[in-house]
Ligand binder design. Structure first.
Ligand SMILES: C[S@@+](CC[C@H](N)C(=O)[O-])C[C@H]1O[C@@H](n2cnc3c(N)ncnc32)[C@H](O)[C@@H]1O
Ligand SMILES: [Zn+2]
Length: 463
């Protein structure tokens, strides 16, 4: 089966390690009876939740990251007053675009026709340039700026102040480069000024649904307007936008500073914006969501302890792969702001299953085992436990096998999944093709070595 194009419901919020939705959905259909209950203890961006509903199964999902909670809440909303949302968003944009700081930093007069236009971005790559788009001349212009004077704006609205040195995966060289221990330095002063003003206006909205959706949209522009964005290759021919280079805290000499107000506007109105994502959700899951679902924010182990025994039909999950993606740490780019909107939206780094400088492989292995044990308890006797995994580190695989074995599961089948996108793990299989993941189909039972013999014969890693 091939991966199909992602509907907007899956592309609106950035998250790492999203699975091919239709393949994921097919596993759910195949291994869980209609109306049965599907559990995912590491749901990430929410795919298991949505695919279960799509396929008339009832999801129970868990994740320690508040981004999962926010995504699932926002993308399953119905009966939204979109006219009101549009109006409120336009008011916010209109207000900021008239402020002196915005005019000074991001407004410009087209060199050819004199039309008042907006600067899309600043690029520092040896020299400083701006890029603007003039609708009247129908032109995109990138030009060098020589007479620019930096202003240090006073920021009198709330901004996050989390200490970067408390984030485990941040390196000393990054701290040196950023020259501060404050997370707000991930943004330049002018961008922080604009972001703080947008956020302040969003938090003042009295309609709770619209406020929540606009906070969600606001999250999408945080990484895109940060100093971690790198300019695209000149050849790419896409001068107006870029993205966060790779899943790490990074600062390159070449920076690309995107206009926060345009980023916010896009996050609401563009083809991957929240309005389209909600339409996509309605189309994909139904205007009225007929199936009940539950998502719980918390550490899966603790949450699973509160559930009954033997009532889940299928567990399907994509656990963290060793130290590969520092989900909690990286999400601070968003959650450091989100905490101010809802104080229960904090990342509980202590309970995250991960390997980093505070947590070694034994921690990872034992916590994975504990979680799988709880999974075993809640799963029906004949139920399936499907896992995806990928790593080019032998120890990660050993930890996974250890956890499966010590929670009384056995691997029935493993499947190598080729895909359009290579995964973050970027592991190559024998034929040299990039594989997204291995799917391990497990059931309750005892572990015997021949169960994994096939598996070990069939995979090879290139380090
Ligand atoms: C590989 S990702 C899942 C990505 C997912 N496949 C998707 O489509 O977005 C693993 C997830 O495990 C979560 N996680 C890590 N430790 C956890 C814990 N103790 N309890 C619950 N979730 C945890 C992380 O927040 C992360 O979202
Ligand atoms: Zn013009």
């Amino acid at each position: 089966m091939r991966e199909t194009t992602r509907p907007t419901i899956y592309s609106t919020m950035k998250y790492w390690g999203k699975k091919p939705h239709n393949i994921w959905g097919n596993y759910i259909k195949k291994y869980c009876p209609k109306n049965g209950i599907v559990l995912d203890p590491f749901v990430g961006s929410g795919m298991t939740y949505f695919e279960s509903i799509k396929n008339n199964r009832r999801p129970i999902t868990i994740d320690i990251n508040p981004i999962s909670d926010m995504s699932i809440r926002c993308l399953t909303k119905r009966n939204i007053d979109t006219d009101k949302l549009t109006l409120i968003t336009k008011k916010i944009i209109d207000k900021i675009s008239k402020e002196d700081y915005y005019i000074k930093e991001y407004k410009y007069k087209c060199d050819s026709c004199g039309e008042k236009i907006e600067i899309y971005n600043y690029k520092i790559n040896g020299k400083s340039t701006i890029t603007y788009k003039c609708h009247k001349c129908n032109m995109i212009v990138t030009k060098e700026i020589t007479d620019y004077k930096e202003t240090n704006y006073i920021i009198d609205k709330w901004v996050p102040t989390k200490k970067l040195s408390d984030i485990a995966s941040i390196s000393d060289s990054f701290l040196k480069r950023i020259e501060s221990d404050n997370i707000s330095y991930l943004w330049t002063n002018r961008n922080l000024k604009i972001l703080s003003e947008i956020f302040d206006l969003i938090l003042k909205i009295d309609d709770d649904t619209i406020k929540e959706l606009l906070v969600f949209a606001f999250l999408q522009c945080l990484h895109l307007t940060s100093r971690m964005c790198v300019p695209r290759d000149d050849k790419s021919n896409r001068p107006l936008s870029t993205s966060w280079g790779r899943p790490a805290y990074m600062l390159s000499k070449k920076t690309f500073e995107q206009n926060p107000l345009l980023a916010f506007e896009k996050a609401v109105f563009n083809s991957t914006g929240i309005l389209k994502a909600i339409d996509s959700s309605k189309e994909y899951l139904g205007e009225k969501i007929a199936v009940d679902g539950r998502h719980i924010l918390g550490s899966s182990n603790e949450v699973l302890d509160t559930l009954d025994s033997s009532f889940i039909d299928l567990v399907i999950t994509d656990p963290p792969y060793g130290d590969l993606i520092q989900y909690g740490d990286l999400s601070e780019v968003w959650v450091s702001w989100l905490e101010h909107y809802n104080e229960s939206y904090k990342i509980n780094h202590n309970k995250e299953i991960i390997i980093n400088k505070n947590k070694n492989i034994n921690y990872y292995k034992e916590e994975l085992t504990n979680t799988f044990n709880s999974v075993n308890r809640v799963l029906k006797e004949e139920g399936f436990f499907i896992l995806t995994f990928n790593s080019n580190k032998k120890e990660d695989w050993e930890s996974l096998f250890y956890a499966i074995k010590n929670s009384n599961f056995r691997i029935n089948k493993f499947i190598m999944q080729k895909n359009r996108r290579s995964s973050e793990a970027n592991v190559k299989a024998k034929e040299g093709i990039a594989i997204t993941d291995y799917y391990l189909i497990c059931q309750k039972g005892n572990w015997t070595t021949e169960h994994i013999e096939d598996f070990l014969n069939n995979w090879r890693i290139e380090i």
